[in-house]
Ligand binder design. Structure first.
Ligand code: AMP
Length: 341
């Protein structure tokens, strides 16, 4: 029997509940400090206890996963805590395309893939000297927005960067990525591409709540001006959003373009869940500043199914369950190698 394994964080509860609902065995790689939390959930069949997630590269974990015919579901914690080389060296089959995760972590590769997919991306600024509009300054990898800051010019950039270095939030030698700030309504568009059906499904939309940039908006401008604290974009939680129906056609087109571009640049392409992240401006024009090439935590909102999936499936279907369904169908038709890498 196939089992589904993932790291205990991010969206692991949703993923394993979905797998259990599909009749698959569930395994959680769990940090010892979180054992008590995850023992609360009866749909988790087995815990592999570790001190740190990098232990999944060790023989002990790998052989338990192998013995259980496990498929590993990658999520943001895997990307945040392990290097691309480490992820690529995992022997357990990874759901989706483990090679594309490097394209998510590396800012230049990310931009290349987004351009290939024809996504309208904000203008990158290669030298702080060239900052002449409001920009957002980002760190590499899935940092979750922590340590990001906004700057209006070079002087502002230097001041905030130095402050974050002295606060120990970023390091002196860290390469930061500068991009024009895009204002509008935030929308994180969640998709699933099934290589078995060769079809893009639109799952849902979420918004992220980020601290303390959101807290800033609750303070009168007088107090804002007096504060010299650099606000961060640290994700705290997510909430649901539905789009004007007239925007859906373009949403599907963006998802399909992204899948096509991925097939060209990083075989076998963008299989499984992914997310295109950006903002809609006052003319409902979308600008995309980011993608995630795996399940996003924003899908946790829809553990009982999303509005858009209720149009496609006559049952409650979470993203975790959709992943497990794909694995089950692939296994039954001897095509696991198509849905994993
Ligand atoms: P990211 O790591 O790129 O997803 O960025 C984290 C957060 O920063 C996003 O959720 C947005 O709130 C914000 N953000 C990132 N890039 C931009 C941009 N170009 N314009 C406006 N907001 C952005």
């Amino acid at each position: 029997m196939i089992s589904v394994a993932t790291l205990g964080s991010h969206c692991s509860l949703q993923v394993l509940k979905g797998a259990k609902d599909e009749g698959l065995k569930t395994i959680l790689v769990c940090e010892k400090k979180r054992e008590k939390l995850y023992r609360r959930f009866s749909f988790i069949d087995e815990l592999i206890l570790v001190n740190s997630f990098s232990e999944i590269l060790e023989q002990r974990c790998q052989s338990t996963l192998e013995k259980n015919n496990a498929v590993m579901i990658p999520h943001g914690t895997l990307i945040a805590q392990m290097t691309s080389e480490q992820i690529e060296s995992i022997k357990t089959p990874i759901f989706g395309n483990k090679w594309i995760l490097r394209w998510e972590s590396d800012r230049e590769m990310k931009e290349k893939l987004m351009r290939e997919a024809n996504l309208p991306v904000p203008r990158p600024v290669t030298n702080p000297k060239d900052i002449n509009n409001l920009v957002i300054v980002k760190r590499q990898g899935a940092a979750g927005g922590k340590g990001y800051f906004m700057a209006a010019n070079e002087q502002d950039y230097d001041k905030k960067r130095n402050q974050l270095i002295s606060d120990g939030i970023i390091s002196e030698d860290e390469t930061l990525y500068i991009q024009e700030y895009a204002a509008g309504v935030l929308a994180y568009l969640q998709f699933f591409y099934s290589p078995l059906k060769e079809e893009v499904e639109f799952f849902g939309v979420d918004q992220r709540h980020e601290s303390d940039i959101e807290g800033l908006a609750r303070i009168p401008s007088e107090q804002q001006l007096k504060s010299d604290k650099v606000p961060s974009f640290n994700v705290i939680g997510n909430s649901p959003l539905v789009l004007r129906e007239s925007l859906l056609d373009e949403v599907y087109r963006m998802g399909e373009n992204f899948v096509e571009a991925s097939k060209k640049l990083v075989a076998p392409g963008m299989n499984g869940p992914f997310c295109i992240e950006g903002v809609y401006d006052e003319n409902a024009k979308f600008t995309s500043f980011e993608f995630s090439a795996r399940i996003v935590a924003g899908t946790n909102i829809y553990m009982d199914g999303s509005p858009y999936y209720s149009l496609l499936f006559n049952e409650q279907m979470s993203m975790g369950k959709r992943i497990a369904r794909e694995i089950k169908i692939a296994d039954a038709s001897n095509q696991l190698d198509i849905v994993t890498t």
